[in-house]
Write a protein that binds this ligand. Sequence first.
Ligand SMILES: [Zn+2]
Length: 734
Amino acid sequence: LKLNRRHTRNQSQVQARLEALKNAYRKNTETVDEFPAPASSNSLFKSDVPDYESVDDLVTAGNRNFENLDNIDFAGFRNNRKLGQKTLTTVKEELNAFHADRTTDGYREDLSRVLNARYLQGHGVKVESHLDSGEMRTLRKYIQKETSTNNVADSVRAINSSLKSGVEEVGTLTLNAEEFLFTERGVSAQVFEQKFAHRPLNELEKVRDFSDSWSTSQGAKFLNQVQGENFNENRNSMAREMLAANGYQGVDALELDTVLSLLRDVDGEGPRTNASVRNTVNQAVAQGETDYFVLSNQANRQILKDIGVTEQRLSKLDVSHGQLRKAYPQEAPRAARATRTRVLRDLLRVLPEAERDQALEQLDSSGANLIDAEKKLQKHFGSRISALTNGQVEFEKMGAMQRANFTASLHKLPGEVREQAFSGNESHARNQLEKTIEERFGIEVFRDAGKAPNGSGKDNPFIKDWPVQGLVDLFNAMDGMANNGQLPNDLKGNSTICYVEGSGPSPSMTVGPQPISSDPVGPWNQPGAWAHESGTSGYFGMCDSSSGHDLVYLCDDALKGSNADSAESVTIGESTIIHEFGHAIQLGGTPGAPKSVRDAEQQVLMAEWSSLSDWRESDDLLADGRIGSFEYYYDPTVQVSKREQVATSYGASDPCEDFAEYTPFFFKAPDVAMELSLEKFLYYNDLVGEHYSADQVSQIAGKMGHSADDLQRTRSTLSKKIADSPRNAGLRSA
Ligand SMILES: [Zn+2]
């Protein structure tokens, strides 16, 4: 999966993360669609309503004996309006035995008590009869506030074990649950006691959310050293520690808003652009600069210089504060300047060098400045698309960023492929590209609009026929992953890829999350963040390998986004497809093998990868995608020690996202991949059957300053780690 965090203008990073966490799912879930009635004890008088001795009896009768808490589809339960109505009707009938009069306060109390009990039971809580209606409500509200299945399951587990050990007081039950959530993230009992136990619950929830959102998979590192007595102080100390951990210096001189804005920028960049931003900001801060917009502007100018835009060219584009104020009366000139620089950087960075040179010449000859550069480039890219497609493909509705993406991908298409594709009209181009991709790479390009691609024959309104731009990205992605025309591993003959527009979250997960009333993190207007249009999906791509056949989805957002966290000159569409095929390489096991075998294979591959950057589950075993019988995903209790080896912030959300985010760099920017980790590079290269030859590896290693000895040494530590990883993941005994 890869989501587009810029999708909704008003969506804060925290909300985007929570959204992602909410959509994370535990597999093999069962939807709770009824509470089985206990057998009636009275067989002489048959009745639809079972007999209860008391209301207490009625309350606890709903404790359904779920075999495994993690199999319960909590969100499905929350969404199930029908079940809600049915439960209400049943409970009213059952209460008849105890309340002849439905107008009394006693009746209303009992009704509320049983309904809250049913909600809790639907989440796996084994309620006990000593809980009165107010206590049930408090517990229900606590569980309801958690919007990720991981948090719900963990807090329910803690509540059940507290109830079992005799805890009755509801405040203790919720505090124990909260303590468990902190402990699972690596906070020691002592630290919890000292820093958190005495504080209001909602404060602790905010601290935990902040840590999950901003240092995903590093909770232990930042929660344990948190300073301060309230959320604001905690956030202040954590944000500074987090930014410093990313190599930023002089952080104390900056205001909190600036610290948070820089942290948010770290989240959106790849390894090389992050390094540029960091170095530029560090130098500027050392010279006394503290304004976020000035820092952002300088950082993006540096990225433009990194891709070959000279200082001379940049100064030709420069405009005065007055010009900016006139063009953007709503914005402060320094904010507008930062935005325009960011937009220019996005439009130029995605281009291959030759196209970038042409674009720059165009800016020169048309006398462009920072304000009108986007408009002029949009027109220029239109003429490039027209030239590269023999005028056969429509582009008029595309914004500047989408045109830049399309220009970049078309330019990379091999000459003969381009000629064949664009020798007729647009429909010919689609057919020809589909045929070329299928014949050359042996994957299925699914074009049956409105139909699910999994062979079920079901309708799926989000599936559309491929646009030409998507097919061009697809060709480039496959071409980049192939070696002598061969795709790695089992991708050939075992993959279907389709195109999606406006895909909603999976229906059972569309629970209304509790919106954060006052966003504890803000401010959110990253310069340029909303300058480019977004697709309607909210996702860039998805991959489902659970059947053993890889189903990959490319979403419309990926045709329109900027390539900030991808390698230079690689479109977000192309890198998304490679990301999703990365999942296909790691997950799903041998096609056609029994599910249990494929699951075991998948766990071993995940454990091997986890051993490299040291991804661990909360019990310290290597992360292999499973705790007990369920598969976790985006679980903040699964943490990484060597965060600096993870390619992007999104990669730090889960070990399998780490793998998928590393994949485009491995295939398209091997020096960046090796810079992140020599071990990971060598492991990946082995896994995909030596995409790079021994000579090529030595060459890249030489360029990155690794000697032949380094390579040798790394290979031997690598093979030991790999050999030990199944045992260290608890997969087999020593
Ligand atoms: Zn992914």
